[in-house]
Design a protein around this ligand. Structure first.
Ligand code: TRP
Length: 371
């Protein structure tokens, strides 16, 4: 295997078709997309472009919805640093799902996980990031009446009583096989999958009904849902459904995901226009060595991170995207031009986001669950 995807590590150039087979998920087919379009009258660019590309039981979520049983959405964040654009993609998608399907939304922030996993982070630090990251989530425009945000430490009492029921039904040999835990893994991490599984059942507990749940998240989190699905029915809940996105590429090259640990490879929610400009101007492109070569031979958008950024978030119009692609491959536009425009668009996006993020500070209490 020339790539590796686990919840804590993504290495190499990911082959997403292989991953579907390896993880045992299902591709998000056109049949499902057509169904979504029929129900809602639209199709989100993330779906149209197969940025969300895989799922477990998403068709069942639609069945339930059509039968009049609303679903809940669950996603989360490991607060190990500032939020970057790659983290925000699933949240943007959650916000769209909440608005379109009038769903309740649950957001787990794993201050415990990041403290236990990362030697270099104190619990104080992950808790500071937790509440800072929460602002980026809330800034996506969630309904405070229907959205619940919690950190594991501050909502421990409720989560723990669900987690112990899960943990009792999951053996060490299972988590060893699923997560690759070793004898040297600390016991906090070995128990932790039960904590990340717990919010899958939280909607049923809080909404006092057997609630269908769908989890939009990057594909690296899927191992958790595999375990949760195995215990769900035994505990009287539905198996959680999932819908998986691919990773936003690192600005430094086509392989791997944007990483919060590599400052230059990612655009953070708190970046200034200067930061953005610098990172984008230094990004890896599919351009040629010289201007002449580029004009004669054209660039290669398929390996270009700048093009990928347009594709993922910054050019939602299909015709404009195609135009850009053709202008690149024909040598009509140069990388400098393409980068400048991207930096511009990202800055405009972040300026808006940062305003919403500040407003979220005053709204935080309306969203938080504590016990
Ligand atoms: N473990 C995740 C991370 O490190 C955080 C998380 C908790 C999460 N619950 C989730 C992510 C549900 C997606 C969906 O980022």
């Amino acid at each position: 295997m020339d790539f590796k995807v686990t919840p804590w590590e993504v290495e190499g150039e990911v082959d997403y078709d292989k991953l579907i087979k390896e993880f045992g998920t299902s591709p998000l087919t056109d049949t499902i997309l057509n169904r979504i379009e029929k129900i809602t009258g639209e199709i989100h660019p993330f779906l149209r472009r197969k940025i969300f590309f895989s799922h477990r039981d998403f068709d069942w979520i639609l069945d339930m919805y059509e039968k009049g049983t609303p679903f809940a959405i669950y996603t989360g964040r490991g607060p190990s640093g500032h939020t970057h654009l790659g983290h925000m993609m699933p949240w943007i998608f959650c916000s769209y799902l909440q608005k379109t399907f009038d769903a309740t939304m649950y957001f787990q922030i794993t201050d415990d996980e990041k403290f236990m996993h990362r030697r270099d982070l104190s619990l104080e630090q992950t808790r500071i990031y937790a509440y800072d990251n929460a602002l980026d989530f809330i800034a996506q425009g969630f309904d405070p009446e229907k959205t619940f945000v919690f950190t594991d430490i501050d909502y421990a009492k409720t989560l723990y009583s669900i987690a112990v029921k899960i943990a009792k039904n999951v053996t060490f040999s299972t988590v060893k096989a699923v997560f690759g835990f070793k004898n040297s893994t600390n016991i906090g991490m070995i128990f932790f999958p039960a904590i990340q599984a717990a919010p899958c059942f939280l909607p049923s507990e809080l909404e006092k009904r057997k609630a269908p749940v769908v989890i939009p998240a990057a594909i690296d989190q899927d191992p958790y849902w595999r375990i949760t699905r195995d215990v769900a029915e035994k505990l009287g809940y539905y198996k959680p459904a999932a819908i998986h996105n691919i990773f936003l590429p690192s600005l430094e090259g086509p392989s791997g995901k944007m990483s919060a640990s590599l400052e230059e490879s990612a655009i953070f929610s708190v970046d200034t226009p200067q930061d953005v400009k610098k990172k984008v101007m230094n990004a890896f492109t599919g351009g040629r060595e010289t201007k002449e070569e580029q004009q004669n031979l054209g660039g290669n958008p398929d390996v270009c991170t700048v093009y990928q950024y347009y594709y993922f978030m910054f050019e939602p119009r299909d015709d404009a995207l195609l135009e850009r692609k053709e202008a690149c491959t024909s040598g009509e536009i140069l990388c400098g031009h393409c980068k400048k425009e991207l930096a511009h668009r990202i800055t405009a996006y972040l300026t808006e986001h940062q305003k919403k993020r500040e407003k979220a500070r005053d709204m935080l209490d309306q969203f938080l669950l504590k016990d």
